[in-house]
Every structure is written in structure tokens, then in C-alpha cells.
Design a protein around this ligand. Structure first.
Ligand code: FE
Length: 334
């Protein structure tokens, strides 16, 4: 091919190819954890994805930008954050059979406003040296005298804790949930502080024997040179409710009301629930795919199996205010 014909064909291609819009995502997740699956989407469709990391104020930003927002999609973690975006009235429902078939009904909103992409369990990290197999099996156990002075946890008013307390409320009722929270507080080795990984560090340092944490932090600690020793000092225990399963929460995606590139954004949402992208996305985040048939990463599979608790996430979100009040009344962080 001569240079002239090459130039001509390139020009023609530029004229005839339909202009594909980028999809813009506001995400509270670290972009490097999402990038691999976005690259796969771009490779398959030719649609570029612009990831905008929004650390704080996602809802405020969407409201301020209104109809002029460049955002097509939002990605965030935890039902409390998803519910905040729902309550702000900045989303549009997405009616997609692909999404409905892939995402179980209890992992998406009943009105099609958000869809979970991955799940994570809130579990117990237990010292390999100081906690026997089977010594803790339920969340209710955390309030028993056996654990006096042996528990570490992050703040009682963090979203992760409040979601768990909300599940407790749903299982045992408000009064018993308050007793439970007071019982757990009485068992703490130190006042709540730090993040989930800091609690595992405290177990490693001998300050406590068990902690509450999300499953994926095991993967993150193992991938971090300094934190590997912390991870090696504990094993994951999947507690369940006495009359239920293991508490899970989600990461999810939603479409903005003003999405400038609705079709491309829908294409991306549907791509994110294919077996391939579910596997990639869950693997880089050490989470569980929502798609039943998608494979788990080898590391995550090695942690064992559990039965997710049956309490619906929208119900969890509905108990949040009560959970917050209980944690304040028992002065959990005090
Ligand atoms: Fe987290």
C-alpha cells in the first residue's frame, strides 16, 4: 500500500466510523482497581472509559452539577453510600434483563436504581495462636463473657459497623441489639480506633485475639510487604447469625439521571456482569462476584465457604438510623 492510499483509507475510516462517546464514571473506589476491567471493555467495544476518583462528596458533586454533570455512572461501596445516592434523587432506573438475570434480586434495588457488582463478607479475624477452631461461630458470641478484653474493632459509627448492627436489629430486635452492642463494647480490648487492617495488626501485636473486618482486607494485607505478617497471624472465620447467615455488603453501580451517554453506559453495566469481567473485577478487589457462575480467585476461594445472611440490603439501609442511635446510646466509641 502506498503512503497515498494509506492516508486515504485512514481518512475514510475517520469519516465513516461512528463517533463513540466516552463513558464517564464517578467512583469512590481506587481507579487502579477498576482499570483492568475497563480496559477489557474498551478492547471489546472501542468505547473509552473515563474514571474520575471522587473521594468525598460524591452526592454533593452530583447535585451541584445537576443536568450538566459529565457523569454517566457512579460506582461505590456499601449499601449506605448507595442509598445516599438513591435518596439524593440523582439516579435513573435501568431496565435491563441482562442485569436482572445476572444480579440476584437481593443484591439490587427493587426499583432498578442500583446493582451490586461484588459482595464482601464482614467476618472475624481470629488469632491463629490464641483462638481455637470453633471458639467463635456466631455474631451473638461477640457479646459473651468468653471474649472479655479480647476484641478489637474500628469505630461503632463507621458504615461497616452500622450495617452489621442493622442486621443484628433485624435478627433480634432493637432492645436485644442494644444489649448486644453494650456486650461487645464491654469485651473490647481497647476503644475503637483505626481501620479494619489496624485491628489485625493489633492481633499480630498481641493486643487482642479477634477483630471484625471485611474479607478483602486479607487479600490486601497479603499483597503488602509490611502487612503480610499481620495477615499471617490470623485466619478468617465466617460467623453467622444464630438464625441466619454471614453478613455481607456490596460494591455497586448506578446510572445518573442526566447520563449524557446512556447507551454506552448501559453497555458497560451489562459488560460488568459477564463471567469474564466479574472474574477480573472480583479478583483485583479480592471480593466475591455477584454472578453465581463466575469463578472466585484462588486466594478468595481458599478462605472457605459461607451462607450469606438473608436480610435484604434495603432493609439494612432502613435500620441505619436506629443502629446509629444504639451505638451512640451505648457510647460504643467512648
Ligand atoms: Fe473497605
Amino acid at each position: 500500500m502506498t503512503f497515498r492510499t494509506l492516508l486515504l483509507s485512514t481518512t475514510l475510516a475517520a469519516v465513516t466510523a461512528p463517533a463513540l462517546a466516552d463513558v464517564t464514571i464517578y467512583t469512590t473506589r481506587q481507579p487502579d482497581l477498576i482499570q483492568p476491567v475497563m480496559d477489557a471493555f474498551t478492547a471489546e467495544t472501542g468505547i473509552d472509559v473515563s474514571l474520575q476518583f471522587v473521594d468525598d462528596g460524591l452526592v454533593e458533586r452530583l447535585k451541584a452539577e445537576g443536568a450538566r454533570s459529565p457523569a454517566d455512572l457512579v460506582m461505590t461501596v456499601d449499601i449506605a453510600n448507595l442509598q445516599r445516592v438513591v435518596d439524593a434523587d440523582v439516579l435513573q432506573p435501568v431496565d435491563s434483563d441482562v442485569l436482572k438475570n445476572a444480579v440476584p434480586a437481593d443484591l439490587r434495588s427493587a426499583d432498578d436504581l442500583w446493582f451490586a457488582l461484588t459482595t464482601r463478607a464482614r467476618i472475624v479475624y481470629a488469632s491463629k495462636d490464641r483462638v481455637a477452631d470453633g471458639e467463635i461461630t456466631t455474631y451473638e458470641d461477640l457479646a459473651s463473657d468468653t471474649w472479655n478484653g479480647r476484641i478489637c474493632t474500628r469505630s461503632g459509627v463507621h458504615n461497616y459497623t452500622l450495617a452489621l448492627v442493622s442486621a443484628v436489629i433485624d435478627h433480634v430486635g432493637e432492645d436485644a441489639a442494644k444489649d448486644w452492642a453494650a456486650g461487645v463494647k464491654a469485651n473490647l480490648a481497647r476503644s475503637p480506633q483505626g481501620n479494619d487492617r489496624a485491628q489485625v495488626k493489633a492481633i499480630w501485636a498481641g493486643e487482642c485475639d479477634i477483630s471484625l473486618g471485611n474479607t478483602y482486607y486479607m487479600g490486601k494485607m497479603l499483597a503488602n510487604e509490611e502487612q503480610q505478617a499481620w495477615a499471617d497471624s490470623v485466619r478468617i472465620v465466617f460467623p453467622s447469625f444464630a438464625a441466619g447467615g454471614t453478613h455481607v455488603n456490596v460494591s455497586g453501580i448506578a446510572m445518573t439521571q442526566s447520563a449524557p451517554n446512556r447507551d454506552e453506559a448501559l453497555q458497560l453495566m451489562e459488560f460488568l456482569v459477564t463471567p469474564e469481567s466479574q472474574a477480573i473485577y472480583a479478583e483485583v478487589n479480592y471480593e466475591y462476584p455477584v454472578l453465581v457462575d463466575a469463578p472466585l480467585s484462588e486466594l478468595v476461594a481458599g478462605w472457605g465457604t459461607f451462607t450469606p445472611d438473608g436480610v435484604d440490603l434495603t432493609t439494612i439501609a432502613g435500620h441505619r438510623a436506629t443502629a446509629l442511635r444504639i451505638m451512640e446510646e451505648v457510647d460504643f466509641d467512648g
